[in-house]
Each structure stands twice: as C-alpha cells, then as structure tokens.
Design a protein around this ligand. Structure first.
Ligand SMILES: *[C@@H]1O[C@H](CO)[C@@H](O)[C@H](O)[C@H]1NC(C)=O
Ligand SMILES: *[C@@H]1O[C@H](CO)[C@@H](O)[C@H](O)[C@H]1NC(C)=O
Ligand SMILES: *[C@@H]1O[C@H](CO)[C@@H](O)[C@H](O)[C@H]1NC(C)=O
Ligand SMILES: *[C@@H]1O[C@H](CO)[C@@H](O)[C@H](O)[C@H]1NC(C)=O
Ligand SMILES: *[C@@H]1O[C@H](CO)[C@@H](O)[C@H](O)[C@H]1NC(C)=O
Ligand SMILES: *[C@@H]1O[C@H](CO)[C@@H](O)[C@H](O)[C@H]1NC(C)=O
Ligand SMILES: *[C@@H]1O[C@H](CO)[C@@H](O)[C@H](O)[C@H]1NC(C)=O
Ligand SMILES: *[C@@H]1O[C@H](CO)[C@@H](O)[C@H](O)[C@H]1NC(C)=O
Length: 517
C-alpha cells in the first residue's frame, strides 16, 4: 500500500517533469504603443518560465501575416529576446511574438497576446486643393480640401484671414474638407489649412498650407438697354447704345445683338458699356438686345427696336381751360408734333423761352407725344404763346407751331359775356316758346284741341338748353384766346376741370406761383 502510493507519487512527479519539458509558456511581447516612422525600436519578447537547457526561437509577426517575418531572436539561456526594427508604415497594426523550442518538435510553439503599434509619420507639405467651381459666385458651395505630401493620423484646422473657421450650419469642416454652402461676399479672404499630428502627446507636428485667396463675386444682374442718338455730321447719325446692369462684380462682358447676330462686345471694369451703332433715320434697323456676363451665366436684356423717326409734319398747339365763379382761372396749352420718336419741346411767351417752371407756369413733359404748358391766368401770363419741336439729338430740326395770344382782360370779360349771352338766349327762347305755345293752344283749340307738334319740339329744345347752361361746362369757342396772325386754332375737346392740378386752388387773376403737380 505504501509502496504503491510511492510509485504513484513518483509517477506523478515524473509525469509533471515530462509535461514541463513538452510545453512552453505564453510569451510576452513588450514594445511602445506608438513609434515614429524610421525610428529604431527594440521589441522585447520573453517567457516567464523558460524551459531549462532549451534553445527558444522568438519571431515577430504581424497578426494574420505569418508569411512575412519581421525579425527573430534565438534565446539560448532563457534570456529576454530583443528584436530591433526600423519602423516603417507597415509596422502599424497588431503585432505578436511566436516562441518555438528548437530541435524539439514535441513541444508546440506558443503565441503572445497581440500588441497594437501606432506608427506616426510627421505631417508635411500641406496645400489647399479647390474641389468646386473656380468662378466663386456668391450663393454657390465652396469645397476646399487640405492635402499633404506626408503624414498620418492628421487633424485639420481651417483659417480665414488668420481666424479659425468655426463650424456652423453653412460651414462644414469634415476630415480634411471644408464645405461652405450658400457663400456670401463675407466668405471672401485668404484661406489656410493647418494639418497637425503628434507623437507621444509631446511632439506636435504641423504643416501650414500657403494662403489661398478667394474673392467671391456678385453675379451680374439682367441688363437694361437704351440708346441715344448722336449727330455725327449734317447727314450721318449713330445710335449710342448703353447696356447697364445694377449689380454684378466687374469685369463684365457686355455684348449687343441685332436679333441673333453679334454686333459688338466689350469687357469693362464697370457695370455699363456703350456701343456706337450706325443709324439711318426713319429706317427699321432691327431689334437690339444686350447680354451681360461675369462668369458662366449670361443675362439677357429686353429687346428694343432700333428705329428713330425724325420730327416732322405740322406742329399743332391747342388749349383748354377751367372756369370757376364765372372766371377763367387756368389755361392748358398742348403742343403736338405729327411725327418724331425723340422730340424735344420748347415753349415761348413773346418769343422768350419758358424753362421748366416759372411764377405763373409749369411745363409738363410726360410723354414724347405731347408737351403741356399749365398757366395760371394773370397779368404776367398775357402775351403771345407758341411751341416748337425738334429732334432731341439735332436742334437744327426745329419746327414751330401756330401762335396764340392770351390776354387777361379778354379772359376777365369773357365769362361775364358768356353768361350774358347764354342767359339772354335762354330768356329769348323761353319767350319764344311761350309765344309759340300760346299761339299753338289757340290754334289747337281751333283746329285739334291739343298741343301743337311745333310747341313740343320747342319745349324739348328748351330742356336741352337748360342742361347746357352750367357755366363751368361752357366750352364753346371762346374768344379770349385769339389766334395770333389769324391762324386757325385748335381747341382740345373733352377737357374737364377735374384734370386741373393745383392751379384750381388759386385765386383767379392773381399772379401767384404755380405749384407743381
Ligand atoms: C543542463 O546542462 C548542464 C550541462 O550543460 C547540466 O549540468 C544540467 O544537469 C542540465 N540540466 C538539466 C535539467 O538537464
Ligand atoms: C539543433 O539542431 C541543429 C541542426 O538540426 C544543430 O545545428 C543545433 O546545434 C542544435 N541545437 C541544439 C541546441 O541542440
Ligand atoms: C513619451 O514621453 C514620455 C515622457 O513624456 C517618455 O517617458 C516616454 O518614453 C515617451 N515615449 C516614447 C515612445 O518616446
Ligand atoms: C502655422 O500656422 C500657425 C497658425 O497660424 C502658426 O502659429 C505657425 O507658426 C505656422 N507654422 C509655420 C511653420 O508656418
Ligand atoms: C467678342 O467678340 C469676339 C469677336 O469679335 C469673339 O471672338 C469673342 O468670343 C466675343 N466674346 C464674347 C464674350 O462674346
Ligand atoms: C458707365 O457709367 C458711368 C456713370 O454712370 C460713366 O461715368 C462711365 O463712363 C460709363 N462707362 C461706360 C463704359 O460707358
Ligand atoms: C440688323 O439687322 C438688319 C437685318 O439683318 C439690318 O438691316 C440692320 O442694319 C441691322 N442693324 C444693325 C444696327 O446692325
Ligand atoms: C408780351 O407782349 C404783350 C404785347 O404784345 C404784352 O402786353 C405782354 O405784357 C408781354 N408779356 C410778357 C410776359 O412780356
């Protein structure tokens, strides 16, 4: 019993001794967790209980890549293996150490736990690459990226004019990219990216890009087109066509087209350009339009016809007037020319030019069709009036109208006269009608016993007269304005006192200044 126990003990003892020789403990890999690229690093590997009198081979591998041996060390006497390495980018990742007992295939090799190595390459050669359009129009998205020639584990910062670009809903900093959506003129400036990485927190590497200047532009707005006429000499004229945009960052390229055909183009440092185009008066020279562009988009103006008709035909002056309390308070003269697309009107009193406004008159030029002269009636407004019309580009072309004479006394007297005449006529008529009716009644009693047809007609006439009697509407040929020199005068019809602007408020026959409408 004791003997058998001893044998078992001995057997166990032998057994454990045999075990210790046929297995190998797990090796331990010791190395820094980060390393600079191209630096020398010693990887250490050992086994806690190294087997006695066995040669152990330590080998360094990347995990999952046993084909590529990084380095090895033969440990003869259980000393710690030292495997030196010049660190390259490929070292980054999980490393492990494999321990094998040499010349004893009975003992299985063992593998260490994996150890992660981060390899740092200092960043350098940073530069900005534009990933969006080069036109830099406001409203568009700007995409910049920060590239570098070397470096890993890099973080990025963006500076605009030396100030950090902080993220916002419109400013997105993602990895090495900067996206600015809906750019404005304020996003203009000098951009720089700063790429940074670090080793062991104490060694910080930065690479600054060079400054990248970006100036955002405003897109050119739809241009306006207009033209004026230039007189080159007595026979030749030209049109000075102006194209003008209200917005847009110069330089702007303007072009003028005749329907679809390019007439001229020019690039200017302004928002307007002028072109000279030959012009034949009275001739239809097609439809012109402008195009404006300061980038990839082209804006088109409206089309205008290039046709200039010189003034011509009779120039006529007409008038109407307003009456208040049986007195004429204001007169309106109209001047019209039969032809002319660019007429210029002038008014004269006693052959003296009346400029825009004076103490008793106001010139109203609202349309090329006619010019209006508003007069308050008074001492100073008496005299002989006329107008003339010329081409605005050629003062030699002037044509004069008929002359009209305006006299304050005549004006004064007139309404009284008018009233007297009207009342006189009316009284006459009533008397006539009464007589008629009387006669008619007698006649009818004698013949038909009813109203005579004649009497009815006369009554109707009288009613009509009564309607017309409102003196303010009385607008028959008035003789306070006389055609000077016996010229037939035109009177504007359909005029009503509602049209009177401020003159209406004035005291009649006072020489007060005329207020503008
Ligand atoms: C190891 O080898 C030495 C001589 O080289 C020897 O004296 C010793 O007994 C050996 N030990 C074992 C455990 O084999
Ligand atoms: C192991 O075997 C090799 C040859 O296979 C021999 O050269 C070497 O000396 C042996 N090493 C030991 C420690 O026995
Ligand atoms: C990291 O820095 C610490 C001290 O700051 C130093 O003790 C350590 O050795 C450094 N590690 C490497 C890998 O250089
Ligand atoms: C890079 O830019 C930063 C911030 O503007 C500055 O502090 C640093 O000196 C610059 N470095 C180089 C090398 O220009
Ligand atoms: C301007 O006109 C020239 C020819 O006269 C043409 O070559 C050029 O492309 C035009 N430029 C634009 C912007 O239209
Ligand atoms: C543009 O307009 C400005 C002022 O309106 C004027 O001074 C300038 O001469 C114009 N330029 C051209 C090219 O017509
Ligand atoms: C425009 O084109 C028409 C027809 O081709 C031509 O008669 C006219 O002279 C042109 N106008 C200009 C300003 O070039
Ligand atoms: C214009 O001439 C007439 C005489 O023809 C004169 O009565 C009137 O005062 C003159 N008016 C002015 C404003 O000179």
């Amino acid at each position: 019993m004791f003997a058998s126990l001893f044998v078992v003990m001995l057997g166990l003892c032998f057994c454990s001794k045999g075990n210790s020789q046929s297995t190998l403990g797990r090796p331990r890999l010791i190395s820094p967790s980060e390393a600079l690229v191209n630096s020398f690093v010693d990887f250490h590997c050992d086994i806690e209980l190294s087997p006695a009198n066995e040669t152990v081979l330590f080998q360094l591998f990347k995990k999952d890549n046993r084909d590529r041996l990084l380095g090895e060390y033969t440990s003869l006497n259980g000393e710690v293996a030292v495997i030196p390495q010049v660190i390259k980018q490929f070292h980054e990742g999980y490393l492990e150490c494999v321990a094998k007992v040499q010349n004893n295939s009975n003992i299985e090799p063992t593998i260490s736990y994996t150890h992660y190595l981060k390899v740092i390459e200092p960043v350098s050669g940073a530069r900005i690459i534009l990933r969006s359009s080069q036109d830099f129009f406001e409203g568009e998205t700007l995409k910049l990226s920060c590239e570098h020639t070397a470096g890993n584990h890099v973080s990025y910062k963006w500076l605009l004019n030396g100030q950090l670009v902080s993220p916002s809903p419109l400013h997105n900093v993602a990895d090495k990219n900067l996206f600015i959506s809906r750019t404005t003129l304020k996003d203009s400036g000098s951009y720089m990216c700063v790429a940074t990485n670090h080793f062991n927190t104490t060694n910080i590497f930065t690479a600054n890009s060079s400054e990248y200047q970006i100036t955002f532009k405003e897109r050119v707005s739809i241009p306006d087109i207009s033209f004026t006429v230039l007189k080159e000499d007595s026979q030749t004229f030209s049109a000075k066509v102006t194209c003008r945009s209200t917005k847009g960052t110069p330089p702007v390229t303007f072009s003028v087209y005749n329907t679809t055909e390019l007439v001229a183009n020019v690039t200017v440092n302004e928002r307007n350009a002028t072109f000279k185009v030959p012009l034949v008066l009275g001739r239809d020279l097609g439809w012109l339009h402008c195009q404006a562009s300061n980038g990839d988009q082209i804006e088109h103006s409206q089309r205008i016809p290039l046709k200039v008709v010189p003034v011509g035909g009779p120039v006529r002056m007409s008038y109407d007037y307003d009456v208040e309390n049986y007195a004429v308070i204001g007169v309106r003269f109209y001047c019209r020319s039969a032809n002319g697309s660019l007429p210029q009107y002038r008014w004269f009193l006693n052959k003296t030019l009346l400029r825009d406004r004076g103490s008793f008159y106001l010139v109203v030029n609202q349309s090329p069709e006619q010019s209006i002269l508003l007069l308050s009636v008074g001492r100073s407004s008496a005299g002989t009036y006329h107008c003339d019309v010329s081409d605005s580009f050629d003062s030699n072309s002037s044509i004069s109208s008929n002359e009209l004479y305006l006299d304050k006394k005549l004006l004064n007297r007139l309404p009284v006269l008018v009233v007297a005449v009207v009342f006189g006529s009316f009284t006459c008529l009533i008397v006539l009608v009464s007589i008629c009716c009387l006669v008619g009644t007698i006649f009818k009693r004698r013949q038909f016993g009813g109203n005579s047809l004649l009497c009815l007609e006369m009554k109707g006439l009288a009613d009509a007269y009564e309607d017309e009697l409102d003196p303010s509407e009385y607008n028959d040929d008035a003789d306070f304005v006389k055609a000077a020199g016996g010229v037939e005068l035109d009177q504007a019809s359909g005029a009503s006192s509602d049209e009177w602007p401020p003159i209406e408020e004035e005291e009649p026959l006072e020489d007060e200044p005329v207020e503008g409408p």
